[in-house]
Design a binder for this molecule. Sequence first.
Ligand SMILES: [Zn+2]
Length: 242
Amino acid sequence: MFPDDVACTNYLKRLRWPTGFVCSACGSSEAPWRQTRGRLVCPACRHQGSTTAGTLFDKTRTPLTTWFEAAWHVTTAKNGLSAKTFARTLGTRYRLAWTILQRFRVAMVRSERELLSGNVEVDETLVGGVKHGGKRGRGTAKSIVVIAVEVLEPKGFGRVRMRYVPDASGDCLVPFVRDTIVPEASVLTDGWGGYNDLSKHGYTRRKIVISSSGDPAHVSMPGVHRVASLLNDGSSAPTRGR
Ligand SMILES: [Zn+2]
């Protein structure tokens, strides 16, 4: 998928400037001059930027293909990676493998700590091991996942946070919201009582009123529904009677 550094750079470019280049210094969207090693020069203010500036890969001398391969291993490893195994997998020196691994760890911790803001949908879903006709509802302990998704204007979804919770009580749901969302945020939930205490903690709770006929989840909470369906291979189940 990423045969060379040009392919990697183009991919980063699309992630970074989905609607085209914008200069980080002056905001100009004039097409940049291209230099070697992915450097871009703004024709308006001559600011030198690069596709990798401000990313994990900033100023690296390691090929992007190595970083991309590393990212793939880091995100798919089930039981964590040792630098030794990592070096063998990537075919690099131990020291480089250790450095790459360390950068990913720092970045992953940091991204987990940054709180969601703006408009955020929050709901729970059941994940894994629930067969049709199986036990559902708040009794099915370990498989409840609460999901928070930023809703962007004018459309689209931002960052996502998830947590396994033992049950759908306020004791589990409110701490999740407090750990993952800034208190100034507007939190969109359904009418479940587990979210009642959010306003005590400074959140603006917007309640979706689900009619007795039941709006499909993808209508009322498209972000959460999208994430839930990814977790569930397309099917999602209610975590409690509504
Ligand atoms: Zn500029």
